[in-house]
Ligand binder design. Sequence first.
Ligand code: MN
Length: 215
Amino acid sequence: MLAKYREKRNFNVTAEPKGGAKPRLKSKNLSFVVQKHQASHLHYDFRLEWNGVLLSWAVPKGPSLDPATKRLAMAVEDHPVEYGGFEGVIPEGEYGGGTVMVWDHGTWEPDDPDVDANLEKGDLKFSLKGTKLKGSWVLVRTRGFGKSTKPSWLLIKHKDQYASEEDITITKPKSAASKRLMAQITKANDGDVEKAAKADPSTASKASAPVKQTA
Ligand code: MN
């Protein structure tokens, strides 16, 4: 299941994990991660552990806590479970070149234990126990957008006590793993700080340890 993932990457160049040969098949506490990724375009990679890999969707605008806001989520290749711990910089010129932040992480639980059947149906209901994202959510498959042949899904918050109109991508911009902003992660890994800083809300970079930008 990781063949596509490995095919796209040169592990002599990128620090991303290759993934273990033997995936864990059962896990009591299934992990989830949302990685903020400033590649050619900023997006949030939403990943759910299932059958020993991380099922993955690229969400251009990131998750919304508002049940009225449906966020486009493009299905992408499965990632190794270890990828959930990856925060750093993918070298420019490599696949997905740019900064990766562990924007949120925690555990998830499907509403219905038959996840494969729900994925097949295109309607996966689940709950999240993350640092930022909590409560009930759904991923619903839709018809593809434009010329894309990749399946498109919508990530939607269900109404519960965690639903809110707060724009959490703006109000909570720091890493759930390291409390760093994109610019700080990038600086620590010798990446392109100016490019990465564009992904931090302007209010956040002023409020925290300043990353000096010369005009
Ligand atoms: Mn990505």
